[in-house]
Design a binder for this molecule. Structure first.
Ligand SMILES: [Zn+2]
Length: 384
């Protein structure tokens, strides 16, 4: 009997096709950045083998939730159907992850996505004055430059993440929405339908908003409920991802926040040295994750962990990133301590309304004073 590798390949292909059909694999979704191959050497077998290879390719989902205090993340995780709770039972976790010396969104999201601290990316506040983000690629840019055929998506609420930290038109799908509900619906849609997806980044914001309006505290129900809702949304994404994983896909999941809150003022997290503001949670699951509690977790680990899983080469020498893939290497050396000079007062939107109100009252008072003083002097001139 002559061994025919071709017929073995066909047999194997038939077996795999059967498996895929049995597992109810959805039909392939057309991607706008890809065109159907008209190549005359088109071979369905090659395409099938490619499909199998794609299924095993490493993929990453990073979920950032703005303004989640560690203790409130823990309250949310105490619920049975919590996504956070699943991450704790299935992966690496900590409720003691540090965001660096400045507990403000701009610096912290920048650190999370570039993998370098504020003294390198230069973002010290939400004004992004004198930032050096053009010299420090974000996670998505790094992935795209490594291999532009990888499919990336970024869905966020907070504009500066998309416009400044990632930058315009970097991800294949890069969208911003005015409501977390819309960010979430789009994330659900993409995760369900886009089988080519390699990297999904989602940035939610509701807990930060609730914290600024009602207070960042385990005793403020509006804030706690906002964290629980974000956790529930995350749990839904995790469910969809698990369906994909059951079909053989290799997904790393990271969920974390950019800062806590309520440490220095109830409704703020202003560049403070308060540990409550500077600390949040971090959870990682999939890939080479070593399950259990993580020690020494820092926000810059996010980009480095994601890039490591995606097998994107990391820069070295003086360009070495500050983060480490701590979830894969629990014994990593401590991250470098950054030297950033934080702004003394960071104006967040919760302060803008009263500042504007006081400003208007002052202007009116000064104007009335000048008006009446002039009238009085005119009147006295006329008397004379
Ligand atoms: Zn924030």
């Amino acid at each position: 009997m002559v061994f025919d590798p071709r017929s073995m390949r066909s047999l194997w292909a038939t077996f795999v096709v059967g498996l895929i059909l049995l597992s109810g694999s959805p039909t392939s979704v057309a991607s706008p950045i890809e065109e159907f191959s008209q190549d005359s050497s088109y071979d369905p077998l090659d395409e099938l083998l490619q499909t199998i290879e794609n299924a095993a390719a490493p993929r990453v989902m990073v979920i950032g939730i703005d303004g989640v205090r560690s203790d409130v993340a823990q309250i949310s995780a105490s619920r049975e159907d919590s996504g956070f709770a699943r991450m704790v039972s299935e992966g690496a976790w900590t409720y003691d992850s540090k965001v660096g010396p400045i507990s403000i969104s701009g610096p912290s999201w920048s650190s999370m996505l570039t993998g370098v601290w504020c003294d390198r990316h230069g973002v010290m506040g939400n004004s992004f004055d004198n930032h050096k983000l053009d010299q420090h690629l974000d996670l998505i840019d790094r992935v795209e430059r490594h291999n532009s055929s990888l499919k990336t998506a970024s869905l966020v609420y907070w504009a500066p993440i998309s416009e400044l930290i990632i930058g315009p038109e970097i991800a294949d799908i890069q969208e911003r929405y005015g409501e977390d509900a819309d960010v979430h619906d789009r994330a659900v849609e993409i995760l369900r339908e886009d089988l080519d997806l390699d990297l999904l980044f989602v940035g939610y914001d509701d807990p930060d908003y609730a914290g600024h309006v009602h207070g960042f505290s385990p005793d403020v129900s509006e804030y706690v409920d906002a964290v629980k809702l974000a956790d529930d949304r995350f749990a839904e994404l995790l469910d969809i991802l698990d369906e994909r994983i059951s079909r053989g896909e290799d997904w790393l999941v990271i969920v974390t926040s950019d800062h806590g809150g309520g440490g220095s003022t109830l409704r703020g997290h202003s560049a403070s040295s308060s540990e409550v503001d500077l600390t949040t949670f971090m959870m990682v699951r999939g890939g080479d994750t070593v399950a259990g509690e993580m020690y020494g977790s820092v926000v810059v680990d996010v980009a480095v962990t994601a890039l490591t899983h995606l097998e994107v080469p990391l820069p070295n020498g003086e360009n070495t990133l500050d983060g480490r893939p701590l979830a894969f290497q629990p014994d990593s050396d401590a991250s470098r301590v950054p030297n950033c000079s934080a702004p003394l007062v960071e104006v967040t939107f919760s302060y803008i309304v009263p500042i504007v109100q006081v400003g208007i009252i002052l202007v009116l008072a000064v104007a009335s004073f000048i008006f009446f003083k002039r009238r009085k002097s005119t009147f006295m001139d006329e008397e004379e």
